[in-house]
Design a protein around this ligand. Structure first.
Ligand code: TRP
Length: 458
């Protein structure tokens, strides 16, 4: 069994925050958030998403971190320690499986970012002058299944190379420099985008809720997005918390991570939607949205080529700090519970994930290509995205809340949250207690029940 010495640790608070923010900030913010917003009708989706981040995301984030630090284990081991001799470790098992499932489609999209980086460097993206020409470039890119498969394989390989080096030497080092650079580049892009002709219409679209759009689909989508974006509901933050020292105050660390993640998602929206209105591209472009819209604004900017190259390079890195966290959950399971050497675990997970990534890479490109340029609504990538990225995370978050609040107990949770750091003000503790005992599990449960009753699955 792995000891704390052999498992590894973050070097300190900054290292943890950057790595956890690195996990949270990724394609979920820049690729998934904009197109989910478009599918959810704009401002209303954003509003519900932000409410879910505050009401559910932040409390669940704090809970996962506390459970992880207290137990010092992967999700399965953590539940074994919290509630010995019970079926609760199965919740951790579902988490490990979910990490695997998400990684298998996430790496396909991450592969697209690498492909776009290549096209930016070779100057091919220069031809994307408006919505139509850009959509054509995207269409022919994803319709080539060999590229999609090779690039997602490459991405999984990169992920393996980082995760096998361990916690502070691999994961932490990667996030330290690159997250701040990403932020400044996004700020610059948002400024350019909102000042484009028609840009303010995009800002209005993002911030004006239209309540006639309300549906269960919008609500489950926003819940899934809040959980997905914060890397919650499957034990990624349990795992990251398990490498953290007892002297840190988790309230603050968790707060910073949630703030950074939500801020960057909004920033990405401020880039995409103004540009979308400017380029008059199709709002319902689905998973291709970002890839179609962004190149058109790069081509409207001074130094657009350099911006395009740096943007896709950084997006690739942001994706990598997230795939690394997904793989780390599965790796920690094999290291802690099965006693495998880390290097073997990463190799096996990487290879297994690649096999599962192939149908996602194929389905999206080949099938949608066959349907004469129209998007096939039922493809393997979207299916995986919904099953693992919405439903499984929601079920996981519900069970994690119930276990921590009702089996383990809120007093122990609060103590674990503070570690040996000073106590937090009473009102904050009260709010969290109320949220984690009642609001979070009830809200998630209601959403899940409505989904089943109304049959609005996807
Ligand atoms: N949060 C990441 C993103 O927004 C994706 C991710 C990484 C994730 N680890 C996770 C999602 C764990 C759910 C669970 O891109």
């Amino acid at each position: 069994m792995a000891t704390p010495q052999t498992r590894g640790n973050w070097s300190g608070r900054a290292g943890f925050i950057l790595a956890a923010a690195g996990s949270a900030i990724g394609l979920g913010n820049i690729w998934r958030f904009p197109y989910s917003t478009a599918e959810g009708g704009g401002g209303l989706f954003v509003l519900i998403y932000v409410v879910f981040v505050l009401l559910i995301g932040l409390p669940v984030l704090l809970t996962e971190l506390a459970v992880g630090r207290e137990t010092g284990r992967n999700p399965v081991g953590a539940f074994k320690k919290l509630v010995p001799h019970s079926w609760w470790p199965a919740v951790g098992g579902l988490g490990v499986l979910t990490g695997f499932g998400i990684l298998a489609f996430y790496s396909v999209i991450a592969g697209w970012t690498v492909g776009y980086l290549g096209m930016a460097v070779s100057g091919k993206l220069g031809a994307a002058v408006d919505g139509e020409s850009s959509a054509a470039i995207f269409g022919s890119f994803v319709a080539n299944p060999l590229w999609a498969i090779a690039l997602s394989g490459l991405f999984l390989l990169l992920t393996v190379l980082v995760v096998r080096r361990g916690i502070s030497g691999g994961i932490e080092r990667l996030s330290m420099v690159l997250m701040p650079v990403l932020f400044f580049l996004l700020m610059a892009l948002a400024l350019r985008s909102v000042t484009l002709r028609g840009g303010l219409d995009g800002v209005a679209y993002l911030f004006t809720p239209d309540f006639s759009e309300l549906s269960y689909r919008v609500i489950i989508g926003a819940l899934g997005q809040a959980l997905f974006s914060l890397s919650l509901g499957m034990g990624a933050m349990i795992t990251y918390g398990s490498y953290m020292s007892k002297t840190e105050n988790l309230w603050k660390a968790g707060g910073y991570v949630a703030m950074a993640d939500t801020g960057i998602a909004i920033l990405a929206g401020l880039i995409i939607f103004p540009a979308l209105f400017f380029a008059q591209a199709d709002v319902t472009a689905g998973p291709g949205l970002v890839f179609v819209v962004l190149p058109t604004i790069f081509n409207q900017m001074p130094l657009g080529l350099i911006v395009a190259i740096s943007f896709f390079a950084l997006l690739t890195i942001a994706a990598l700090t997230s795939t690394v966290s997904l793989m780390e959950v599965c790796t920690a399971y094999f290291v802690d519970e099965r006693g495998w050497p880390r290097k073997n675990a990463t190799a096996v997970i990487g290879a297994g994930c690649f096999l599962l990534a192939v149908p996602s890479a194929l389905a999206f490109g080949a099938v949608s290509g066959l349907s004469e340029g129209g998007w096939f609504t039922w493809d393997f990538l979207t299916l995986n995205n919904n099953i693992w990225g919405n439903y499984s995370l929601s079920i996981g978050a519900f069970l994690i809340c119930v276990c921590a609040a009702w089996k383990w107990g809120v007093p122990r949770l609060l103590e674990a949250l503070e570690g040996v750091a000073p106590r937090y003000p009473i009102p904050m503790r009260g709010v969290l207690t109320f949220m984690i005992k009642f609001i979070c599990p009830l809200a998630v449960l209601l959403v899940l029940i409505f989904i089943v009753v109304t049959g609005e699955y996807f």
